[in-house]
Design a protein around this ligand. Structure first.
Ligand code: F6R
Length: 247
């Protein structure tokens, strides 16, 4: 695991983009694992602006997203499919048939989970982009999730529902369940880039990087991944910079 202290959120995004750009130039058919949430938004803006300047094509790139809410139709403005279309895919030259997001409204969710994991194992992401939850979750793998998990349905923790309520009219509208790649799926990526910005992530980031490897902090498993880069800004890296455990 490599930790890079970036200047600020813009620098975090720029550095992540530099990895992606270089990798797509080397391999135009790259498989890119993507995340939703606020953290990667600036990265997606950089991907769009550089694409519009004619510098990078996504024609052959494939993407695989981490997760989706259960029960929201694909066109729902808070669905992760809608998020990805609007914040990235609609603005670059990617073939939408090459973009995969779990189907949260599948009739048979168990089958969807099984098929998703099997898809990930035959399409191992070359680079997986991750954010981190304030409780240390990655994708929707909440504390306590088995490190051996494959794609599964989760009941969201209250803390995650609260964190995500800002995207909905009110907290009661946040779906209670999600479909998420499991930790084993995520760890199968050839390279992982985790982005962390803002003070709300400081404790989780410390535990992920310096804490014990424990299912209580799902992101701590990344310490065992052979090619993980963590990009943190000054605020998210507070406890790492002062080199002591969060109080
Ligand atoms: C989203 C995802 C989540 C987020 C995490 C941080 O696809 O997998 O694990 O990365 O909740 O969210 P933000 O970036 O909104 O702070």
């Amino acid at each position: 695991m490599r930790f890079i202290l970036a200047k600020d959120a813009t620098d975090v995004s720029q550095r992540a983009y530099d990895f992606i750009r270089k990798s797509i130039l080397q391999n135009p058919s790259l498989i890119l694992g993507l995340a939703t949430g606020s953290t990667p938004l600036e990265l997606y803006k950089l991907m769009i602006s550089d694409h519009k300047r004619g510098n990078l094509s996504y024609k052959k790139v494939k993407t695989i997203n981490l997760d989706e809410y259960v029960g929201l139709p694909e066109g729902h403005p808070q669905s992760y499919r809608y998020f990805m279309d609007n914040n990235l895919f609609n603005h670059i030259d990617i073939d939408k048939n090459n973009t995969k997001v779990p189907k949260g409204n599948a009739i048979n969710l168990d089958k969807e989970c099984e098929e998703y994991s099997s898809f990930v194992s035959t399409n191992r992401p070359d680079i997986q982009i991750l954010g981190i939850g304030s409780n240390g979750h990655i994708a929707f793998n909440e504390p306590g999730t088995s490190f051996n998990s494959s794609t599964h349905i989760v009941k969201l923790k209250d803390s995650t529902i609260k964190d995500n309520a800002r995207f909905f009219e009110n907290e009661s509208e946040v779906p209670q369940q999600a479909i998420t790649m499991g930790i084993k799926d995520i760890m199968s990526a050839k390279m992982i880039i985790l982005l962390a910005t803002g003070s709300s992530k400081a404790e989780a980031l410390y535990r992920a990087i310096k804490g014990p490897i424990t299912e209580d902090c799902p992101a701590s498993i990344l310490q065992t991944h052979p090619n993980t880069v963590i990009l943190g800004d000054h605020t998210s890296s507070f406890w790492i910079r002062v080199n002591r455990e969060p109080e």
